[in-house]
Design a binder for this molecule. Structure first.
Ligand SMILES: [Zn+2]
Length: 303
């Protein structure tokens, strides 16, 4: 839930270019390294690959990807830090006009799927991924109990991409199935990558839209861990599906998406394909809560 990861809500907003550079460097370094996490415990899982043929796109999908002409992005995510409030959040400023109907292209961090078919992989977490993640030895889940997923998704640019995600091993197969259903429905995602450690303490920019699962952090103001810290919660398109509690809206610039009756691509809606996919797998949706309303949030734990 985003009370537990308010930084996560804007985490996708930081420095995509830096992420690419980091990924490139990390990949180079990892080429000569073992893929065994340095602190892995528990049984090591054999890598598995799942490939699913997508079904036809339902014409009634509530928020399908809309192909957009390729052009220079109208907004550079993470470029401007917000003024800070005393509570540590950024100032909740009006949504910039460029983001009111958000449809930013996706930069490929991994090779896109071939043939436009859904593909997913489940592996132990490679050492280079663990290093750039928020995992550390005090986290409530052992590195060996996390899995590194890659999964196809449709961008807002109408193109197929490959994303990455860390989840609890117990949820790995369910999550690849859920995202297979999102792919079949052409439900668009802007970004899907592992949250980095430096994002937890970065100045909020309020414009992130990264779909992510594992983030090792406690619930804000409490001592217990978030479901994200167990790899058992996923936030989907946070900007299109903001969190709200009182006067707090996260990401801070996403207030234009509080009006859920104004349906735009990437929004999670009751009865829509994405919410249905998670619910079919037994996951709880924070969009049905009353306070906070955590529209981006799905959890395998009910929290
Ligand atoms: Zn969440």
């Amino acid at each position: 839930m985003c009370t537990s990861d308010d930084r996560l809500c804007e985490a996708g907003g930081v420095r995509v270019r830096a992420a690419i550079a980091l990924l490139a460097v990390a990949t180079t370094v990892a080429a000569g390294c073992t893929d065994t996490p340095p602190h892995a415990t528990g049984p090591s899982a054999s890598p598995t690959v799942t490939t699913t043929t997508p079904t036809a796109t339902p014409a009634g999908a509530d928020s399908p990807a809309t192909p957009a002409p390729s052009s220079t992005p109208s907004w550079r995510v993470g470029a401007r830090a917000l003024p800070l409030r005393p509570d540590g959040y950024g100032e909740m400023l009006p949504t910039p006009p460029e983001l009111v109907e958000r449809s930013l292209p996706t930069e490929d961090l991994l090779p896109p799927p071939r043939d436009g078919r859904y593909a997913a992989t489940v592996d132990p977490v490679p050492a280079e991924v663990l290093r750039r993640s928020t995992w550390q030895p005090d986290c409530p889940v052992a590195a060996g109990d996390l899995r590194y997923l890659t999964m196809s998704f449709w961008g807002f640019d109408g193109r197929a991409h490959t994303g990455e995600m860390l989840v609890n091993a117990s949820a790995a197969e369910a999550v690849t199935g859920i995202f297979g259903r999102l792919f079949a429905a052409r439900f668009p995602l802007e970004e899907m990558r592992v949250t980095r450690a430096d994002e937890l303490d970065a100045a909020p920019t309020g414009d992130g839209n990264n779909t992510t699962a594992f983030v090792c952090r406690p619930i804000r103001g409490k001592s217990n861990w978030s479901a994200h810290a167990h790899g058992l919660a996923i936030d989907v398109n946070p900007f299109c599906n903001p969190y709200r509690s009182g006067d707090v809206v996260l990401p801070e610039l996403a207030s234009a998406y509080l009006d859920r009756s104004r349906v735009r691509p990437g929004m999670l809606l009751a009865g829509g394909p994405a919410v249905s996919a998670f619910r079919s797998a037994g996951w709880t949706w924070g969009g049905t809560w009353s306070d906070p309303v955590d529209t981006m949030h799905f959890s395998a734990t009910g929290q």
